[in-house]
Design a binder for this molecule. Structure first.
Ligand SMILES: [Zn+2]
Length: 810
């Protein structure tokens, strides 16, 4: 008997006897228990939240007043709880009457002055103060001991509400299953600009040099999506061809970075409106950059915040740009903001869609090869994560590889199974039906039923409620007038992983140029499929799942000649790429023709990198690569440089040319390599690159490191290098400087002070890497002594505690 694909709820219906029967004969395939999937209970429906705030940023202080307008859901309730850990409540009122409240470590409970009645609207007002640890961040206002000597750092205030951090600066109902309109009224210094959610209703200058900004949402959203960003920004106003107003909030010092940083934003909105069949759901869209952001970006409703490391010029655009993240956050304006998961277990309904649509955007922008390549990278990530566990996509603690990458591939497969047009109709219906509300996975399933009359239980069970991936073992054989293709599913069957049912294309290509295709439903543990071959033609190669539509592991038993044929003649780049990968350990004699063909014909950087790597393994192929390498794509060059510890013989000239490459990353790695392999020309190399800064000073820091290594005006350059570790730079620059100092093994009292200062940062992408550098220095007794002495001299008692807890030996 084979494993039965019955979920738990069905088994309970059939009763205990069937359960026993199953346990006795096969793996018990069931959905895992997910205790955290239950949405939070609450007694009221918040309708509107009005927030009025002012700040004293030098002391991290929030002075606030918040008004919650609500209707009670259960009239027997006599009190109500608001999240607000650490917030000092000054007063509480209900409907204009002062009411008692009690503070607990997690928030504030108010006792109702009178029992609220069903369908009546009430208001609770808190006046409060907070010095929040999370949720809102004050950048550059209070560096300890004035280490920011040049006073160069930006002064910013910005927020990050997701997961549940807005509660640290606003007493509020902070969970995704209640949605309400918000209004934000901010009183701050006139010379700054303030962004919040929705429409700017008014902006009023006061005589004391401050100003009041009043923003409001007209449609409800979840509390974690409320945002603020404050800095001395410039704003560029734009519009999509579909009339969505778009604002780009940027640093006025670098006007030349505005275009590369905001490239395609309007096009992405237009694309998403077309693809989803649903107009952009809000009155306007803004994106704003902030310093020291701990993630890539955050999709606050109408106002995405992103890390200013994405603020790129047209050169650094080649290395890293905001386009993919922009598309991700913009997708969230529909999936996440318009419709919001009811609990964390359904987070995939937000993140997977926000991973899926950017790939579709790139497909339209750069073509099918790029799209297939992005899917391939996601598959690699997912299969890697499967080595640790096999939690389902729809599961509250399943990890990013499931919620982002795997879920996005599942959406791709749902589209593949339903059909393009059918899929789109389902999505349009699903978004419209649940607009401004909450969703769970079953709502998507219901949408398929409502729109198409189909019940793809099997699909949802195997790909979303259960874990694992199919592992197919495939072989084929020529028989009389037929080709027999044997398919086995060899994944280990467990409680979480069953057999998979999927429609899969098998393509046979013949020597004479003919081909034949058959779509088969693979669902058994072992099955044979037959394709016609009336004239007993010779087979060139066979593809199982052409175009790599299905998330899977695959062992296809083919000989080298088959792979070489596939590498040259499969219509889809990704199938040719897989063939080249399969040829990695094949002797050159058996793959020479395919490699040469590939080198002459392939244009996509992913496959070119693979071909070049294999060609370089043999000296006779060197010249071919050598003659062409300067024309290669940025990504191919990077992959080439990364493949060699030392510059391959005969390639020094090209590395020297790469010092002038537009890509800053290429300049950085080429500079390191030419210095190592040809130190006598160091002064020439440094002269050539001395004016280059790079992205987040990456070239400048590498330049200073090499200058120090080569003892080039060492003291001066060393002081310069150390200055990049100071708090007046953003975290990327600082981390790069610390890592350069580690490679130089240079530690000074100032380096330690700068290092200790990072421990006051909320941003673990700063403090984490810097701690590793300090740990490294602490292994040397002279540096360790210096660290003890600097610790004793640190004047900030709070910071001192953090430092002590980070180094056990202090
Ligand atoms: Zn996201």
């Amino acid at each position: 008997m084979k494993t039965i694909h019955l979920p738990m709820r069905h088994l309970l219906l059939f009763g205990f006897i069937i359960l026993q029967f199953q346990l006795g004969f096969a793996q018990f395939y069931c959905r895992p228990i997910d205790a955290n999937a239950t949405p939070r209970e609450h007694v009221a429906d918040i309708l509107h939240m009005k927030l009025e705030v002012a700040f004293k940023p030098e002391i991290n202080l929030v002075l606030g007043k918040v008004t919650h307008t609500f209707k009670i859901l259960r009239p027997q309730a006599d009190s109500m709880f608001f999240d607000g850990p650490g917030i000092t409540i000054k007063s509480a009122q209900m409907d204009g009457v002062v009411i008692p409240f009690t503070i607990s470590p997690t928030g504030v409970t108010v006792a109702f002055s009178q029992k609220p009645r069903l369908n009546e609207t009430h208001a609770i007002v808190f006046e409060y103060e907070a010095t929040p640890k999370k949720g809102i961040y004050f950048i550059g206002w209070n560096h300890y001991d004035s280490l920011d000597k040049r006073n160069k750092t930006r002064r910013q205030i910005w927020t990050q509400g997701q997961g549940i951090d807005n509660r640290y600066w606003i007493p509020m109902y902070d969970y995704m299953n209640d949605k309400f309109t918000t209004e934000t009224v901010i009183n701050f210094d006139n010379k700054f600009k303030v962004l919040s959610n929705g429409i700017l209703k008014s902006e009023k200058a006061l005589s004391n040099g401050s100003k009041i900004w009043n923003y409001a949402m007209t449609k409800p959203h979840a509390g974690y999506l409320l945002m603020l960003a404050i800095d001395e920004y410039a704003v560029k106003y734009s519009k999509t061809t579909t009339n969505v107003p778009v604002q780009f909030w940027y640093y006025p010092e670098w006007p030349e970075k505005l275009e590369p940083t905001s490239r395609y934003a309007e096009k992405i909105i237009e694309f998403l409106e077309r693809e989803t069949g649903v107009k952009y759901p809000w009155e306007q869209y803004s994106q704003v950059m902030v310093q020291d952001f701990m993630y890539g970006a955050m999709e606050n409703t109408t106002a995405t915040i992103f890390g200013d490391f994405f603020n790129v010029d047209s050169n650094s655009y080649l290395d890293r740009n905001y386009v993919g993240v922009d598309a991700h956050e913009l997708t969230h304006q529909w999936f996440g903001d318009l419709i919001t998961a009811r609990s964390g277990a359904d987070a995939w309904l937000q993140e997977s869609f926000a991973t899926y649509y950017p790939k579709q955007f790139f497909r339209q922008l750069e073509g099918e090869d790029k799209y297939n390549w992005l899917c391939k990278q996601d598959m690699i990530t997912v299969l890697k994560a499967a080595e640790t566990d096999n939690n389902p996509v729809r599961f509250s603690s399943t990890g990013t590889a499931r919620v982002y990458q795997k879920g996005s591939l599942v959406i791709d497969m749902l589209r593949y199974v339903l059909g393009d047009d059918e899929f789109k109709r389902v999505i349009t219906y699903y978004l419209n039906k649940h607009s401004y509300g909450n969703v769970e996975t079953n709502d998507l399933y219901q949408a398929v039923q409502d729109v198409l009359g189909q019940s793809p239980d099997w699909f949802f069970e195997q790909w979303l409620y259960h874990g694992g991936e199919p592992n197919y073992k495939v072989s084929y054989q020529k028989e009389n007038k037929k080709i027999r293709v044997k398919v086995e599913q060899v994944q280990e069957l467990t409680q979480l992983i069953g057999l998979f049912k999927m429609p899969i294309n098998i393509n046979v290509y013949f020597k004479n140029g003919d081909s034949s295709m058959k779509k088969v439903w693979v669902q058994k543990q072992s099955e044979d499929f037959y394709l016609d071959n009336e004239n007993n033609q010779e087979i060139d190669f066979v593809l199982f799942d052409a175009g790599n539509k299905i998330l899977k592991r695959l062992t296809f038993e083919k000989d080298n000649l088959d792979w070489a044929n596939q590498a040259q003649r499969a219509p889809n780049m990704i199938d040719r790429y897989d063939a080249f990968v399969a040829l990695r350990n094949t002797p050159l004699v058996n793959k020479r023709e395919a490699l040469v063909w590939g080198f002459q014909h392939e244009t996509f950087y992913g496959i070119r990198s693979e071909i070049i790597k294999q060609l370089m393994e043999t000296e006779e192929m060197f010249d071919m690569v050598n003659a062409h390498i300067l024309k290669e794509h940025t990504e191919t060059v990077k992959s080439f440089i990364a493949s060699y510890n030392e510059i391959p013989k005969g390639f020094l000239y090209y590395y020297e040319q790469w010092l002038k490459n537009p890509s800053y990353d290429i300049v950085v790695s080429a500079l390191q390599k030419v210095y190592e392999s040809n130190p006598e020309k160091t002064s020439t190399y440094l002269e050539l690159t001395k004016a280059k800064v790079g992205q987040n000073n990456n070239i400048r820091i590498k330049w200073l490191e090499i200058a120090c290594m080569a003892e080039f005006s060492k003291e001066e350059n060393l002081n310069l290098l150390i200055s990049y570790a100071a708090p007046d730079y953003e975290f990327k620059t600082r981390v790069a400087a610390f890592e350069a100092l580690k490679r130089l093994n240079i530690c000074t009292p100032l380096v330690i002070d700068y290092g200790y200062e990072t421990f006051s940062s909320f941003n673990s992408r700063l403090s984490g890497p810097v701690k590793s550098v300090l740990d490294y220095f602490a292994q040397q007794s002279n540096f360790k002594k210096m660290m003890v002495s600097r610790y004793k001299k640190c004047g900030d008692t709070k910071l001192k505690e953090v430092i002590k807890s980070s180094f056990s030996w202090l």
